[in-house]
Ligand binder design. Structure first.
Ligand SMILES: [Zn+2]
Ligand SMILES: [Zn+2]
Length: 139
């Protein structure tokens, strides 16, 4: 009986590791794995409306169609939404732009991330920011 429980625990650990390796990039056009990698002419860098599509949630940079926001999505526990960690776009990850949390407004360091819920929808997935590693994950 004990051996069975140990095997079960090992399988569980393996599954958890798999989930953490499940990294995906999303952009408004291609939510899954950045399959759409058409390179188009870059728009001049401008300010986007926070929360609007094609806008980086971390630095509110307006993104060109090919530009991706780096993020990690975890598998759903409820079937409705998925937990998502967003680290930012290439502008704010390079340090070109200020990184801030849209919920608490605090400046984010390079290693700090935003926490979001992602709702999978047939045509376009919806991402709702619920906080950052400071205001959301702090105990
Ligand atoms: Zn950004
Ligand atoms: Zn915050």
């Amino acid at each position: 009986m004990r051996g069975l429980i140990q095997i079960f625990i090992f399988v569980l650990i393996g599954l958890v590791l798999l989930w953490f390796g499940y990294t995906l990039y999303f952009s408004p056009q291609s939510i899954f794995f950045g399959f759409e990698k058409k390179k188009r002419r870059r728009r001049p860098r401008g300010e986007g409306t926070p929360g609007a599509p094609q806008t980086c949630p971390v630095c509110s940079a307006l993104l060109s169609p090919g530009e991706l926001v780096k993020s990690v999505a975890f598998p759903s526990f409820t079937g409705k939404d998925r937990l998502m960690y967003i680290s930012g776009c290439n502008h704010c990850l390079n340090g070109d732009r200020l990184r801030s949390c849209p919920v608490c407004g605090s400046r984010l360091r390079d290693n700090e991330i935003l926490v979001a819920r992602m709702f999978d929808r047939p045509r376009r997935s919806h991402v709702h920011i619920i906080g950052c590693s400071r205001c959301r994950l702090k105990k």
